[in-house]
Ligand binder design. Sequence first.
Ligand code: CO
Length: 434
Amino acid sequence: MQLESFNSQLLDFLSASPTPFHAVDNMVATLVKNGFEPLSEADAWSLEPGGRYFLTRNGSSLIAFVVGRSTDIAAGIRMVGAHTDSPTLMVKPKPEKVQDYFQLGVEVYGGALLNPWFDRDLSLAGRVVYRDTNRDTLDKCLVNFARPVACIPSLAIHLDREANKTRSVNPQTDILPILFNNRDESESDFRKLLAEQVSIQHGIANGIEVLEYEMCLYDTHAPAIVGLYDDFIASARLDNLLSCFSGLQALLDVNSEHTCVLICTDHEEVGSASACGAQGPMLATTLERLFPVAETRSRVIAQSLLISADNAHGIHPNYSDRHDANHAPVLNQGLVLKVNHNQRYATSSLTGGRFRQWCDEEKVPLQTFVTRTDLACGSTIGPITAAEVGVPTLDVGVPTFAMHSIRELAGTRDAHCLVRVMTACFNHLGALNV
Ligand code: CO
């Protein structure tokens, strides 16, 4: 796909995916359109060579794969992994705070940068489980208010003269979004407001009773190409929907010779320890079904490779001392191989060397990131998946600014490079091992 149409589709995907549930829903739609068949973990599977399949878990994690025609165990399988979740504010189970205004109590999900949440035009999206009293059924659906329904105003500088020097954010008291001026009691029930939205959005008659939900806030400001010469993509959730989208585009283009797997899991921002997270068994059980004979599976995994794709920190020109000067990635100057010998990243010389070779072949520049030795290092699904499954893994990503902000920034030329190298990996013929 050409760069400009790729970026415009990436922007559409980011915009249509305010939550991991929506991201998976949108990826499923693309997979179905491209001939991938749905599998249920509850059913028996019969997989055909050359077949294209996908499964989901919790509606927020997804594995899609193409079964290779080759029976060469020594060729292993090619995998790309990313995560579907991003730091956000999630509505508490009993959220109503009602005085002069109707506000919602929120929980901070993941390592969110909180200051950028002030003074934004916010909306609400997520998943709802409800009882349809017309039919007495229990059901679920995705919900997206898709318009600005809430805001978190800053405190005026006149009321906090030290704001530019010292303002910190207390997540319990300072970031409750305001939805409306308080009116009568009947409108002060969040579940009732949700039920109305479900009825409107899904065309269901009145009689919906919302039981539980995962609802989060998001910025309605649409993703955009910015910069005088269109150098940057500005959007929420670039970490890590950019990598999910890139992995998906690469998977659509595989040649089907060797088995290729895309795994996009939820809960990375909170450690991945969940049934649908990278530390859960979703990938391992899928591999068990792909290769039911234990010895064959072990032989295949030992000769496979996982590209763990997650954004990297570009060196910020205003804060350049936060990087090691020799490992300071620049936006639009290629991908970033992430190295941490303390295993916060899974890259080894074996896996990194193979990746660097693909980058050379694709004429994609490859930068390297190592965190400053006096700063703690972040992590990814890479080391977790490597530890769970035993697959040789490397960590890579596109350089970005403002990671975990409500609006992050990436280069317009980098994600497309990621797809090209992922495609080279998926279509690599023969053995992967160095
Ligand atoms: Co990430």
